[in-house]
Design a protein around this ligand. Structure first.
Ligand code: ZN
Length: 335
């Protein structure tokens, strides 16, 4: 078995050109703004790290002004995109009224989706000597089947959203460099005020990133795709948590709050698009419950149905809310 630091970057680097291009020139207004930021030296460029494991999410290096993306994380994110697109397909094939929860089955198609995401997640959770390079038995971005092409498209948009979040930090929080350094030093204990400040910065960067995604994009389908990429990017953070209470952000805003904030901004008019976005959020949350072995289906399923995906998503958010309350109660008891 190869050692983790020898795992070669396979397949995902085929999309680096698309990422760079969409990031810089994906929409006219943003292209001008980025050029100005580059000219002022606020953003210096992209740093694509070839490491595959252990996986690390994107970040802004406040010293070098580079946005750092790691091949391992990007590979994981692609598997999330492929999985979500496949699951939406499967769900739509089997859709019935009223809206109900997704039954994850053990048919071949689902197993393939599951294996794909499973490999992606192994870049985070795998034992070091068991992590492998991109397996041939799962799909990859260099193939040409429809679902791969869709996954590639969503992946590029999801990556752009995460990059714009980091641009947001570089633009909005350059003066907080010393503060961030201090909070990351080994023995520093965060005060509640520090935590509030960090959370506020994260919310600002999220909001900045969504603005970047949508600015000067008027075409309804393109707006829909950008919301989809953004939602999938946010969902990808859920699937690397091992317990439901880990949606609690700690220093970061809670994951469910971040996802809710995105959903509240959805303004596409075409009902089919709106439905698909709600479906995506709902499937993503259900997958999160499945991955964390959380019960979310009541024993009595006779009246367990929803008028629409909005209602189902609200039900799922409420379960996360209950979980967080329980967690806070326990934490208070132990103090
Ligand atoms: Zn951030």
């Amino acid at each position: 078995m190869e050692k983790s630091n020898d795992i070669p970057v396979l397949y995902i680097d085929a999309l680096y050109g698309n990422i760079d291009e969409t990031f810089r020139t994906g929409n006219k207004k943003m292209a001008d703004e980025l050029l100005a930021l580059f000219a002022k030296g606020k953003v210096k460029g992209l740093d694509l790290k070839p490491t595959m494991y252990p996986m690390r999410g994107p970040y802004a290096d406040l010293n070098t002004q580079f946005i750092v993306l790691q091949a391992g994380f990007l590979s994981y994110l692609w598997t999330v995109c492929y999985f979500m697109i496949g699951l939406i397909d499967l769900y739509q094939e089997r859709a019935q009224q009223p809206v109900t929860v997704v039954r994850l089955s053990d048919d071949n198609e689902f197993m393939m989706l599951n294996n794909t995401l499973g490999w992606g997640r192994s870049l985070k959770f795998g034992e070091e000597d068991e992590v492998t390079s991109w397996p041939d038995y799962i799909p990859n971005p260099t193939q040409s089947e429809r679902r791969v092409l869709q996954a590639n498209h969503i992946f590029v948009l999801a990556t752009c959203y995460l990059m714009y979040h980091e641009v947001g930090h570089l633009v909005l929080h350059a003066d907080a460099k010393d503060f961030i350094k201090m909070t990351k030093s080994r023995d520093y204990v965060l005060s509640n005020e520090d935590k509030r400040r960090i959370r506020t910065m994260e919310i600002q960067a999220d909001s900045y990133a969504l603005d970047c995604m949508l600015i000067s994009i008027d075409d309804e389908h393109e707006r829909y795709m950008r919301f989809l990429g953004t939602i999938v990017a946010q969902l990808s953070e859920f699937f690397v948590r091992t317990f439901p209470a880990h949606t609690l952000g700690g220093q970061h805003p809670d994951l469910d709050e971040r996802l809710k904030r995105i959903l509240h901004r959805v303004d596409v008019q075409y009902p089919g698009y709106k439905l698909n976005l709600d479906l995506t959020a709902s499937i993503g949350l259900q997958l999160f419950f499945a991955l964390t072995f959380t019960d979310y289906i009541p024993e009595d399923q006779n009246n367990f149905g929803f008028d629409n995906f909005d209602a189902l998503t609200k039900y799922l958010f409420d379960i996360i809310g209950e979980w967080k309350n329980k967690y806070h109660e326990e934490a208070n008891k132990n103090h």
